[in-house]
Write a protein that binds this ligand. Sequence first.
Ligand SMILES: Cc1cc2nc3c(=O)[nH]c(=O)nc-3n(C[C@H](O)[C@H](O)[C@H](O)COP(=O)(O)O)c2cc1C
Length: 388
Amino acid sequence: MTERFGSYQNEIYLQGLGGQLPPCSTDATKLEASAREVMAPGPFSYVAGAAGSGATARANREAFDRWRVVPRMLTGATDRDLATTVLGSRLPAPVAVAPVGVQSIVHPDAESATARAAASIGLPFVLSTASSTGIEDVAAAGGDGPRWFQLYWPGDADVCASLLDRAKNAGYTALVVTLDTWTLAWRPSDLDQAYLPFLKGEGCAVPFTDPVFRGLLEKTPEEDPNMAILRWIGMLTGTDRTWDQLPFLREHWDGLIVLKGIQHVADARRAAEAGMDGIVVSNHGGRQVDGSIATLDALPGVVEAVDGRVPVLLDSGVRSGADAFKAIALGATAVLIGRAYVWGLAVAGQAGVREVLENLRAELDLTLALAGCHSLAEVGPESLWDVG
Ligand SMILES: Cc1cc2nc3c(=O)[nH]c(=O)nc-3n(C[C@H](O)[C@H](O)[C@H](O)COP(=O)(O)O)c2cc1C
C-alpha cells in the first residue's frame, strides 16, 4: 500500500477543527506577498528578482499556464505510487529542493532549517556553493536525508577539489554543476539597491570553512573578511568553462554528475555524449538571461535529444503540484522547487519549508488521482492539452 500524500489535506482540515491553521498559505503563488511583509527590501528583492525586464521569469510561469491537464475518469486511481529513484536516491516523490544560496538573508536558521525540513519528508536538499552554512553543518542538520551538492566551479583547482572532497565525505551523493551563472547577470532589482549579499560576507560559509581556501589567505576571514570575500568572488565569477574541462570533475568526484542550466538541445546532447549522469533544464528561475526560453518550452526538445540516455530534471517557475505534473508529463524525471520554499522559509522557518514541500507533494498526488493516473509512468503527453 503506497502512502497517500494527498490525504495531507485531511490533516489540515482536522487541525482546523481545533483552531489551528497552516503556518503559511497552501497556495504557493501567494507566498511571495507574505514573505515581502517579513523581509527587508534588499533580501526580498534579491530572492524575488530576475534578470533584466523579468521576461524569462514571466515566461516560465506562462509556459506552465499554456498546458492544461486533461482529467480521466473511472480508472480506479485510489492508490497512487509517486516513489521513484532520481540520481541514485530513492525518493517518495519526484521532487527535490533546489540549491538556493545565502539563506541567512531569508531566515536566521538558513540552510540548516531547509535541510531538516527536506529530510523530514525524505526529499533531497541540494546545498549551494553559495550557502551561508558550511557543508558539514548542513549535512549534520539533514541527518539521514538524501543530499546533493551544487557546485559553482571555483577558478582555483585545489579549492575546487577540496570542496568536492568535503562534500563527498559529508555524504552528498550527487554533484549538481551549475553552468549558467559563471558570471552574474544584469539584475536591476539588486542594482537599484546596490545590494549584493556576498559583499557583506553572506553566503560565503563554504569557502570560509575550507582549509585549502583559508590557506591561500594572508589573514583569516575572521581577521580580514573583506579581503577573503574579494578573493572568493574573484575565484567564483568571471571565468567561463569549456566542455573539455569536465573530466576534471570526474577525476575529483566519483559519484553522479549532473549539469544544471542546460536549455539548448545541442548542449543536452553534448552532456549525454560527455558521459554526464543527468541534466537539469533550468534558467535559474529567470535570473540570468532576460528574454530567454521558458524551461517547460525547452523540456520536450531536451528530452528528445538525450533519448533516454540520462534523466532530465526541471526547475524554474514550479509553484504547484499541477506544475510538477505537467513537467513530468512532458518528460521530466523530477522537478526542483526554488523560490516557493524560500518564501516558506521566510514566513515560518523550517516549518514553512516543510509545509511548502508537503503541500506540493500532496497536490501532485491529488493531480495524479484526479487525472486518473496510478503512477508516474502513466503521466505522459496524453495527459495534457496544449492551448498554444
Ligand atoms: C535567491 C536565489 C538564490 C539562488 N542561488 C542559487 C545557487 O546558489 N546555486 C544554483 O545553482 N542555483 C541557485 N538559484 C537557482 C535555483 O536553484 C533554481 O534554479 C531557481 O530558483 C528555480 O526557479 P524558481 O525560483 O522559479 O522555482 C537561486 C535562486 C534564487 C531565487
